[in-house]
Design a protein around this ligand. Structure first.
Ligand code: 5GP
Ligand code: MN
Ligand code: MN
Length: 324
């Protein structure tokens, strides 16, 4: 019997699939979604990919992104379609899919494929493994199990998922298996240089200037074990930048010598602050993010706090400092 036989049986007997991932989708969301779509095509009558937020510009180079639909642009919202299965990728909790939750007709139809250690197994089938670097690795494993005849487009999607979630193979989630998968992708003909250039080397003028502004305001606490940056809407408007341009910014405070926890605070709305946490060697930022209703991985986590930027910053830094 194959490792994922129950899942394969489910897929075999069903025809219509809705695929989704978390709000503010990243490279792992988009790469896994496209990879799974290619994988399911031989089994399906219909596959739709629907997200609560748009595909970020830096991932639009991937073939297939034009077929990813935005929830708020759907015209069948009021007259909901009933899919046979709902796949949620890269989501530790069902809430992470945002408004797309409203399209799910029954929780008994959810297939949860994810790599977050705090995943609460909300699906009827949960393929959850926190030892892999990216959900893209799990989609690759499924392709192997299914004996799928995958092509370069699948490879580009999976490789993008892995490159983005490992920070270009820098993070501790990178394993020998991660590299084995990439070796297979290279043999398939995947252009890793193109992916790396698109993801890490296509900064806009406003996005680079935003980095400058952010670094100018770098703050530290606890003898430089904590470092953070804050961005508000006014700064973005002033530089002509967007929230998308803040992707990866949290790695700057994290990269400072002696820092254990790097943080990025974003004032995304009135009384609404998004917080990204990164740690370097031991601090469990997922556990810390849980204290604010968020979650994630031990070295990368996030949360949303219903407070203005300054107050959220004070609350988080005070609480964190007390742990050092
Ligand atoms: P980022 O800082 O890049 O937004 O997120 C880092 C990691 O934490 C990602 O794996 C992401 O899925 C997770 N994460 C971010 N925000 C939240 C949140 O509000 N809730 C949960 N459960 N996970 C989050
Ligand atoms: Mn993700
Ligand atoms: Mn991921």
């Amino acid at each position: 019997m194959k490792k994922y036989q129950n899942l394969i049986n489910l897929i075999d007997k069903r025809d219509t699939f809705l695929l989704t991932s978390h709000v503010s989708p990243d490279g792992d969301s988009i790469g896994s979604l496209l990879g799974l779509k290619y994988l399911l095509e031989p089994y399906a009558k219909e596959i739709d990919i629907i997200l609560a937020d748009p595909v970020p510009e830096y991932l639009r180079f991937l073939n297939g992104t034009d077929d990813i639909h935005l929830y708020e642009e759907l015209d069948f919202k009021m007259n909901k379609k009933d899919y046979d299965l709902y796949f949620t990728l890269d989501c530790g909790t069902l809430e992470r899919i945002g408004e797309v939750q409203q399209l799910i007709s029954a929780d008994e139809k959810i297939i949860n494929i994810d790599h977050h250690g705090d995943n609460n197994e909300y699906g009827v089938y949960n393929y959850v493994d926190s030892t892999v670097s990216a959900t893209g690795e799990l989609i690759y494993n499924l392709a192997i199990e299914l004996g799928s005849n995958y092509q370069v487009d699948f490879g580009m999607a999976i490789t993008t998922a892995i490159i983005t979630d490992t920070g270009n193979f820098k993070y501790s989630n990178t394993s020998s298996e991660t590299h084995r998968i990439i070796a297979d992708m290279l043999e398939l003909g995947v252009d890793t240089q193109k992916i790396i250039k698109q993801v890490y080397g296509t900064e806009s003028y406003s996005s680079l200037r935003l980095k400058g502004e952010a670094l100018n305001n770098l703050q530290i606490a606890a003898q430089q074990q904590i470092a953070w940056i804050s961005i508000n809407q006014e700064t973005l408007d002033h530089l002509g930048a967007t929230w998308e341009d803040t992707e990866g910014l949290v790695n700057y405070p994290r990269s400072l010598k002696d820092v254990e926890v790097g943080i990025l605070f974003k004032e995304v709305g009135f009384n609404k602050t998004r917080v990204s946490f990164r740690s370097n060697t031991y601090f469990p930022v997922d556990e810390f993010a849980h204290e604010f209703g968020g979650g994630g991985h031990s070295r990368a986590a996030g949360c949303t706090i219903q407070l203005p930027l300054i107050e959220a910053e004070e609350l988080v830094i005070d609480k964190l400092e007390s742990k050092f």
